[in-house]
Write a protein that binds this ligand. Sequence first.
Ligand SMILES: Nc1nc2c(c(=O)[nH]1)N[C@H]1C(S)=C(S)[C@@H](COP(=O)(O)OP(=O)(O)OC[C@H]3O[C@@H](n4cnc5c(N)ncnc54)[C@H](O)[C@@H]3O)O[C@H]1N2
Ligand code: MOO
Ligand code: MG
Length: 401
Amino acid sequence: MRTVEEHQAAVAGLLAPLPVEDVPLAAAAGRVLARDLTARVALPGFDNSAMDGYAARHAEVGAATAEAPVRLPVAADLPAGRTDVPPLLPGTVHRIMTGAPVPDGADVIVPVERTDAGTDVVTITSAPSAGTHLRHAGEDIRAGELAMPAGTALGAAQLGLAAAVGYDTVPVRRRPRVLVLSTGSELVEPGRPLRPGQIYESNSVLLAAAVTEAGGEARTLHFVPDDVEQFLATVRAELPDADLLVTSGGVSAGAYEVVKDAFAGLGTVEFGKVAMQPGGPQGAGTVDGVPVITLPGNPVSSFVSFEVFVRPALRRALGHASPDRLRTTARLTAPLRSPAGRRQFLRGRFDGEVVDQVGGPGSHLVAHLARANCLVVVPEDVTDLPAGAQVTVVLIEGALQ
Ligand SMILES: Nc1nc2c(c(=O)[nH]1)N[C@H]1C(S)=C(S)[C@@H](COP(=O)(O)OP(=O)(O)OC[C@H]3O[C@@H](n4cnc5c(N)ncnc54)[C@H](O)[C@@H]3O)O[C@H]1N2
Ligand code: MOO
Ligand SMILES: [Mg+2]
C-alpha cells in the first residue's frame, strides 16, 4: 500500500509545468505569474499630495493659529494630472489636490479644512508639522525593484499592482485542459426521472468545479456506463487535446471496474491502494502519453482525492508558489476515532478556533461534505482523540482562505 506522499509524488510527476503565455490584465484574475515582474515605474512616481489643500513652506505657515492666522497669496492651482508644476516661491502657496505633484520648495500640505479655502489669497488658521501629507516618490516601490515574484497568484490587489507599475499584460502559465469522465451504469443525468437502483450523477460537476477552482480548464465528457468499449471510445476521442484525464469510479475490487479493466493493458496506469480514507483505491499513469488520474467513485472519495492529489499537481503545473491549501490547527469539540494505518480526512466545520466533525467517515455522505468547510486530518498512527485535542485542519472553503 502506498503512502499519501508516495502517491502525491507519483501524480505530481505526471504533470510538467505548462507553457507560458502573455495575457491582458483584465483576463488574468486567478492566473499565476510565470516570471518575476519588476516595477517599470516607481510608486509613487513623484512626490505628491495626500490631501486637498495648499502646498506651503512650513517655516512660513507653521505658527498659524485661529487668533493669529497666516494670509498668503495663492500663486498656482495644481489639480491632479498637472504636468507643468511651477516651483513654490517664498511668501506664496499653491492650491493643490490629492495626487498632484508637490512643487519644489514646498515641505508641507495644509489641508483645506485648516483654511478659508481662498483661491487668490488663503487664510491659514493652523498647519501640520513639516513633511505632513506629502507622499514620497518610490516609498512604496522603486523602479526596477521586484514587484511580484514568479508564482504569485494574481488576485485583485496583485493585478492592481501590475497595472500601477506599467504592465498591460502579464506572463502566466496556460491553464491545464482537464478532461473529466465519470463512470457507472447506475448513473442518471440530474433532472431526469430515476428508476429504482439508479442515482443522479454528481461527480462530473463536482470534479469540473474543482478543476476550475484549481485554475484548470475543465471539459466534462458525458458519463459512461460500466462498459469498457464505450469508456475507451469516449476517452480516445478526446485524449489527444488534453493535458490530463481525471476519471471517477470503476477502480475498486468489484466485478465491473470499467476504468481498471479498460486501462489494464494500455499505457502506464498503475492501480493500487493508498493508506488514506476516503480515497483508498487510486490509479495514476499515462495513456497515449497523456497523464491520467483515476479517482474512486464515492463522491466524498472523489472530492478528497482531488484535494489531496489532483489539486496540488495542477497548481504545481501552473507554477503556484503555494500548491497546498491553507492549513491550521483546531481543537476538537468532540472525541473521534480513526482506523489505524490510514490517514483520515474527515469533514469538519471550523470556526477559527474549534472544529466540529460533520457527519461520519462514510465516503457517500455528500450532504455532509457540502456543509463542511475543512478536512480534519488524523494521522495514520492516531486511533483515538479526546474532545479538546489539537488536530490539523485543511481549509476547503474559498471564504476562509
Ligand atoms: N470489496 C471491496 N469493495 C470496495 C473496496 C474494497 O477495497 N474492497 N473499496 C471501497 C472504497 S474505499 C471505495 S472508495 C469504492 C471505490 O469504488 P469505485 O472507484 O470502483 O467506484 P464505483 O464502484 O463505481 O462507485 C462507488 C460508489 O460511488 C457511487 N458513484 C460512482 N460514481 C458516481 C458519480 N459519478 N456520481 C455519484 N455517485 C457515484 C456509486 O454509485 C457507488 O455507490 O469501492 C469500495 N468497495
Ligand atoms: O476510499 Mo473509499 O474512498 O474509503 O470510500
Ligand atoms: Mg467499483
